[in-house]
Design a protein around this ligand. Structure first.
Ligand code: NAD
Length: 261
């Protein structure tokens, strides 16, 4: 098969893997890709929230063997792997003097090395799939506005996402001639269980939420579905010419210097 049959959903016949797909942005991506015709596997350390209709694969992205097994299982089940969305990630709060070496190693192990492991084990499957579906084979990383914006109290988290951005560009260069596109999305603050957990810890959750909303020029948080729509575009055959790109979905946070009136 060299393309999507006329009238078929754009991801028909494509196998997809979404890490961190049991919650928040990843779950929204898994739902959207399923709705658009993909067969979707969710790799998560806790798959209890994996959307219906997906193949739930319980694995921790810090465990190289578990990642390899899960990636291979998805490819075998679907008869190939075309779309990888590497999205699993964790947060960290503090300045550079607040987090010790153990915390740095752990967050980098999840946020950066987790994506390296997924890519390492997915690439043989992606290369094989690229010969049959040119333009439709891709890796999309969930990066963050923190990679480029200089957010206060986020030294470790920002460094981990800055590394993800660089990884995205390097992988895009390495694999472009193999037919594997590599991009990332940079969400602003998104309305997910992650942010809900952060707000729960605040002295005044309502005031903290208002502060997060005001930090974005649109005056509201980004929806997980809005990030998912950007991921689906980058993964779709419509983006066949798009690789090595960071797509901000951040309510104007990076690009705008003034809030609109
Ligand atoms: P979330 O906490 O709602 O979901 C994250 C998912 O990843 C969970 O299902 C969790 O079980 C899984 N996960 C975490 N560590 C894992 C591990 N070691 N192995 C396997 N699975 C693991 O968070 P979210 O807000 O949907 O965030 C998803 C991604 O988006 C993260 O990479 C995050 O850095 C990024 N991001 C989030 C925001 C935001 O404001 N929510 C903004 C920018 C970027």
């Amino acid at each position: 098969m060299t393309g999507t049959p006329a009238g078929a959903p754009e991801f028909a016949g494509l196998g997809a893997l979404v890490t961190g797909g049991a919650s928040g942005i990843g779950a929204a991506v898994a739902r959207l890709l399923t709705a658009r015709g993909a067969q979707v596997a969710v790799l998560d350390r806790d798959t209890s929230g994996a959307p219906g209709g997906t193949l739930a694969l319980t694995a921790d992205v810090t465990d190289d063997d578990a990642v390899r097994h899960a990636v291979d299982r998805a490819a075998e089940t679907f008869g190939g792997l075309h779309t990888v969305v590497s999205n699993a990630g964790i947060g960290a709060v503090g300045t550079v003097t607040d987090n010790d070496d153990e915390e740095w190693r752990h967050v980098l192990d999840v946020n950066l090395l987790g994506m390296v492991r997924v890519a390492r084990h997915a690439l043989p499957h992606l290369r094989a799939a690229a010969t049959g579906r040119p333009g439709a084979v891709s890796v999309t990383h969930t990066c963050s506005i923190a990679a480029t914006a200089g957010l206060p109290q986020r030294a470790l988290y920002s460094a981990s996402k800055g590394a993800v951005l660089s990884l995205t560009l390097a992988m895009a260069a390495d694999h472009v001639r193999e037919g594997v596109r590599v991009n990332c999305v940079n969400p602003g603050t998104a309305d997910t269980p992650w942010v809900a957990r952060l707000l729960d810890l605040a002295d005044d959750p309502a005031a903290e939420r208002a502060a997060l909303e005001n930090r974005q020029p649109t005056g509201r948080l980004v929806g997980a579905d809005e990030v998912a729509a950007a991921v689906a575009y980058l993964a779709s055959p419509a983006a066949a010419a798009v690789t090595g790109t960071a797509l901000a979905v951040d309510g104007g946070m990076q690009g705008l210097r003034l809030r609109p009136p």
